[in-house]
Design a protein around this ligand. Sequence first.
Ligand SMILES: Cc1cc2nc3c(=O)[nH]c(=O)nc-3n(C[C@H](O)[C@H](O)[C@H](O)COP(=O)(O)OP(=O)(O)OC[C@H]3O[C@@H](n4cnc5c(N)ncnc54)[C@H](O)[C@@H]3O)c2cc1C
Length: 470
Amino acid sequence: MAKKRIAIIGTGVAGTSLVKFFVSDERFNENYEIDLYDGKKTMGRGYAYQHDDENLIVNLPAELMSLTSDQGDYIKWLESNKYEAESYTSRSLYGEYIHSTLMNFVHRHQNINTVESFVEDISFENDENIYTVYTDGAVSKYDAIFLTNGEMSYSDPYELKGEKNFIYNPYPIEDVLKNVKGRIGIIGSGLSAIDCFRYLLKNGHSKVTVLSRSGELPSVRGTYYDLSGEYFSIEHAMSDKNQDLIPLDRIVDLFRKELRAHGIQEELLTRKTDRPEIDLKFDLEHPDEVGKIQYLITSLEDTFKVLYKYLSRKDKTRFMEEYHELIQSNHSPMPPHGAKQILEWIDKGRLEFLDDMESVEVNDEFLVGFEDKNQKPFDVLINATGPVSDIRKDNTLLIKNLYNRMLVEPDEFGGLLIDKYHRVISPRYGTMHNFYTIGALTVGSDYLIKGVTMLSTETYHLVNHFLTRN
Ligand SMILES: Cc1cc2nc3c(=O)[nH]c(=O)nc-3n(C[C@H](O)[C@H](O)[C@H](O)COP(=O)(O)OP(=O)(O)OC[C@H]3O[C@@H](n4cnc5c(N)ncnc54)[C@H](O)[C@@H]3O)c2cc1C
């Protein structure tokens, strides 16, 4: 058998999990050669878990963060490396764990190599089914590509990129935010905004303002429940197993039934008032109710993932508009001690939330405008609006080049168009033989798949599909 050369582009949770499944498969042998591409600082860490301030913590308890099939793997790693096996570790520490897991594979397998470079372009030779990977200064040929490059570039809703004192991308926070001074506004109120104000307030800043359209914060993690679905299942959703679509209303009915079966009030889903002090207090005071709904949603992840694929275009649009936020905000909650600290900061007047943000005028300072026509000045604005999901808005070289070559096509629900095996669908060549992708680039097809737990298991299917055909 001729050697098969494989490029894995991006070695965060998804790329590392691919390697894990390759090396644990008995079909994987010296006839396969894997090159792992990533930057020096992010190799085997990924973007979210690179070296950064230790106050940036993971949003899942350590016992749910293992990369291997052994659920206690991360805890064992912490203990064997003399770290405290606390429930919510820092993200940097989790990055150490991913890195050491990946490097173990690399050291044990001579046919796995690291290439400390970012990939800038990929071309395809149709007759030979060969991919050429371009980095700054090097060109290499491969039989297969696994694109696991994580989130796309940051969005910039007020078009401020390049303005003085506008921080377009705040990571790594301890480098980028080290010297900011004056009146600081953070645009966005998700997990990245929390990272930014936690760092600033813990490092001596007297006050920070969080600016957003809605003012909604993630929910607070409640009590753990080991739950499983009774009604919300593929079998119950499909009246006939050859059905190609499942109506959204049927899925919503089953979800309601599931809530009732677990004694969960439906109103709990829509509990948010978008006033952080009220919402955080509510979650902290009702850990059992809140935990039940959060862990129910987590236990139904796999079903959500499959049912999402059976929605019609119309229903998918309606689902994203009407239900996604409700599911999402209960799916990625923040740890309780983080919420308590936020309340303390609000109470002391060190943290302020202003919603209904509408515009930004740039003069010597930033004048932020609100729907009620009030304005507020800031010296520094930090962008925490999160990444774009439309590949046409991404400004990284690789995605720009792939789009320009017509090797990839946007999915209208975000990321790239892929087939059910996670192979890229190209407008020029059709379904791409041996070109797989998963992670933020597959948000349009994969529901709730971007987190550690799903990526560390779902990547199995890509490796299995590839090894079955090669
Ligand atoms: C700030 C932040 C905090 C988060 N916190 C959590 C959390 O607490 N819990 C949780 O479950 N999820 C969290 N997430 C979600 C997180 O994205 C996923 O958990 C997971 O890390 C995604 O894995 P990935 O492998 O798809 O992407 P990443 O981990 O981002 O890995 C992608 C890798 O690809 C590399 N790369 C990008 N472009 C190229 C290129 N052209 N060439 C070569 N390499 C490239 C990047 O450097 C990076 O190392 C967080 C995300 C962010 C942004």
